[in-house]
Design a protein around this ligand. Sequence first.
Ligand SMILES: [Zn+2]
Length: 287
Amino acid sequence: MLVSAKEMLTKAKEGHYAVGQFNINNLEWTKAILLTAQELNSPVILGVSEGAGKYMCGYKTVVGMVNGMLEELNITVPVALHLDHGSYEGALKCIEAGFSSVMFDGSHYPIEENIEKTKALVALTTEKGLSLEAEVGSIGGEEDGVIGAGECADPNECKMIADLGVTMLAAGIGNIHGKYPANWPGLSFETLEVVQQKTGSMPLVLHGGTGIPEDMIKKAISLGVSKINVNTECQLSFAAATRKYIEEGKDQQGKGFDPRKLLAPGFEAIKATVKEKMELFGSVNKA
Ligand SMILES: [Zn+2]
């Protein structure tokens, strides 16, 4: 059964580790992440962007697929199904479809409007026992074709949003979605420290986990980050393994064209990436 992310993040915060959010795109992705979490006895958050939700034929399809897998694969570790960077309307749709967690990304609204909309969603998610992630200060990188620099959130605005009663808070600390440029100045730990001081025990979320050096990840966790989002890295490892299979001509040998064979190396590559991240984040055996 899907669970809210609240309990797993409270435990992560207390235990000084982080739970990974791994975004899903299809059946292979979902199965790879769930099986790895189970094998490593780790809690996990499955992230679904609005675009990926559309690609997978809508939120109801996603909920049906994930719930089916939890049962058929005997997944017993805590699993949250979470909307990633949701609009207000998208969050409502996911709640209705059966997601156990949603993110409302109101970072592009003026702070007053972000507060108003977040407040309405706090009421709804609290009533239904779901978790809610809010965002302050936009996270850089490429999102829907727009490339932005990593911005730092205003710690006072973070406190205003945290005080509304959200479950977890994503604050921009110079992090970027996608690959990091060679001249990236790194995470702003100064911002992270002030945000955590202002927000008390609020679990903080680090978006753009692909390519942040391991020592920075560990330092961010030590300063209060309890959830780390990984998306691009699984895509890169899936693509590289699939490319290798085709370039070696394996799809032309025997029944190598069978999708169950063709997609297997990419599936294994996602599993390896998820394992590496869970070990780095410290969530192994924390289910
Ligand atoms: Zn993000």
